[in-house]
Design a protein around this ligand. Structure first.
Ligand code: G3P
Length: 222
């Protein structure tokens, strides 16, 4: 039975540490925006992240030509053996994916918004493909249908690419990803936190403890 992997979508060390300590994190995804939020030297931050999480850690290239992307990818992959290179879903990006995968540098094709883009990235041999479902939803598009068909395409042909459900907006998105057998969900910290919580758990725990206390008093009085 295949396991569903959880990545955390952040470049924040505290958030990564907290979820890592809970033992529910298999990897990390970052992007230029997430790294910029931290306001520190990106490569140093990625090194720190790779020391905490031994699973795949995605780091994105900035260059727009395949030559620039390949050069950057080779540099980024020196940070740690678990670095995966995020490459944008463009023609130049796809060229870079082919070359990098041939050099055994793992790639994660990012900014993916359609089933056709999934198909192209899979044919190029990307290790990971990241459909951005939240941004599709923001545009009023059917993000669930896009994900469902993408998973079908991957499964029918047995493509080696793993789907990372990305741009997750809420806990329901994680359920949808799981129902479709998505390989990975990359989840923001606030959504991971919500996944732990249910009001009945807190209510139930409170009443169990109160009843237990009542019993202790009763036993003392005997
Ligand atoms: O992993 C992709 C993710 O970082 C994009 O998320 O919330 O900026 O749409 P968002």
């Amino acid at each position: 039975m295949r396991k569903m992997e959880f990545f955390i979508d952040t470049a924040n060390i505290e958030q990564i540490k907290e979820m890592q300590e809970l033992g529910i994190i298999d990897g990390v995804t970052t992007n230029p925006t997430l790294l910029a939020k931290e306001g520190v030297e990106p490569k140093e931050q990625l090194k720190k992240i790779c020391e905490i999480v031994k699973g795949p850690v995605s780091a994105e290239v900035i260059g727009l030509t395949s030559e620039e992307m390949i050069k950057e990818a080779r540099e980024l992959s020196k940070i740690a053996p678990n670095i995966v290179i995020k490459i944008p879903m463009t023609k130049e990006g796809i060229k870079a994916v082919k070359k990098l995968e041939a050099e055994s540098i793992k790639t994660n094709v990012t900014l993916v918004f359609s089933q056709n883009q999934v198909l192209i990235a899979a044919k190029a041999g990307a290790s990971y493909i990241s459909p951005f479902i939240g941004r599709l939803m923001d545009n009023g598009q059917d993000e669930i249908a896009m994900l469902k068909e993408s998973m079908e395409i991957i499964k029918i042909y047995g493509f080696k690419s793993k789907i990372i459900v990305a741009s997750i907006r809420n806990a329901r998105h994680v359920i949808e990803a799981a129902k479709m057998g998505a390989h990975v969900a990359t989840i923001p910290f606030n959504v991971l936190e919500k996944m732990f919580v249910h009001p009945n758990t807190e209510k139930g725990l409170k009443s169990f403890l109160e009843d237990w206390e009542k019993l202790q008093h009763k036993l003392k009085r005997k």
